[in-house]
Design a protein around this ligand. Structure first.
Ligand code: CAA
Length: 283
């Protein structure tokens, strides 16, 4: 299928990153968000990232301007009328995702593929609210999107091979590496990453070591670019808790129970880097 126009729903950290990499690869992109303020923030992040590329000599000023000109920020969801592919990167809640997919299914042209950047919610359940479940697929990008190579591609129960192949090809065109995964809670990435982070929080909770020591062990001993507690702050502790709950409920095994300390931090509003405090304090 020939995809020319991509609509990205959500202009947060993930949505703006996705819009940036798609526009940089030559796609026409509409970045939609309910709030103008969020669109402005998203465009500022993209502009800053591209300017850094120019400073480093990896992109010309004209290249930067051309990428920016391919992105149209808008609060109007009817831009989905023009879409060949929609990538949803809104808030990680099933009720909201279902509402968005129902609405997109009504607005988008018949041929359009509806993808979600969900980090752990079942694609099959999201697809079931649409009249085109065979054209619904998971496209899970990693944070920070412009840097991380992986896109986990998740087939729902009804996703066709043709839709999978189109998404695989677009993923390669935007410079990412597609990895095919089936629709199980947390897919592969978060089924493995989040229990490790949760275990690091248990180690802190039980007094096995300080937060700095836990992070140093994983950074210096296992060559992880960030320690698990720093990474948890970077992902957002609310998101970490949400994913652990999806794993716990979806797989029904007590080994996925979220650490009480994680719950406590989330209740306190210490959500990590985005709120200025998580396991660490951010100025
Ligand atoms: N946006 C764009 N570019 C960024 C960036 C951002 N937010 N943060 C860093 N970069 C770029 C920098 O500009 C720099 O680029 P150059 O090499 O061209 O100069 C490069 O990344 C390296 O950055 P730094 O030197 O500043 O710092 P670093 O070497 O520590 O790298 C990092 C930063 C890439 C974030 C690295 O620490 C890392 O890989 N951390 C782990 C990230 C990770 O695990 N992500 C997955 C999270 S889980 C997820 O996303 C799934 C989920 O569903 C929860």
């Amino acid at each position: 299928m020939n995809v020319r126009r991509i609509v990205v729903i959500g202009a947060g950290q993930m949505g703006s990153g996705i819009a940036q990499v798609c526009a940089a690869a030559g796609y026409m992109v509409n970045m939609q968000d309910l709030k103008q303020e969020q669109l402005d923030k998203g465009m500022a992040i993209i502009t800053k990232n591209l300017s850094r590329q120019v400073e480093k000599g990896r992109l010309t000023e004209e290249g930067k301007q051309a990428t920016l000109s391919r992105i149209t920020p808008t609060v109007d969801v009817s831009c989905a009328k023009e879409a060949d592919l929609i990538i949803e990167a809104a808030v990680e809640r099933m009720d909201i995702k279902k509402q968005i997919f129902k609405q997109l299914d009504e607005i988008a042209p018949q041929h359009a593929i509806l993808a979600t950047n969900t980090s752990s919610l079942p694609i099959t359940e999201i697809a079931a609210v649409t009249k085109r479940p065979e054209q619904v697929i998971g496209m899970h990008f990693m944070n920070p999107v412009p840097v991380m190579k992986l896109v986990e591609i998740i087939r729902g129960l009804a996703t066709t091979d043709a839709v999978y192949e189109t998404i695989e090809s677009i993923t390669k065109q935007i410079g990412k590496v597609p990895v095919e995964v089936n629709d199980f809670p947390g897919f592969v990435s978060n089924r493995i990453l989040l229990p490790m982070i949760n275990e690091a929080i248990y180690a802190l909770y039980e007094g096995v070591a300080t937060k700095e020591a836990i992070d140093d062990v994983m950074k210096l001993g296992m060559n992880h670019p960030m320690g698990p507690l720093t990474l948890a702050d970077f992902i957002g502790l609310d998101t970490c808790l949400y994913i652990m709950e999806v794993l716990h409920e979806g797989l029904g095994d007590s080994k996925y129970r979220p650490c009480p300390l994680l719950r406590k931090y989330v209740s306190a509003g210490w959500l990590g880097k985005k709120t200025g405090r998580g396991f660490y304090i951010y100025e």
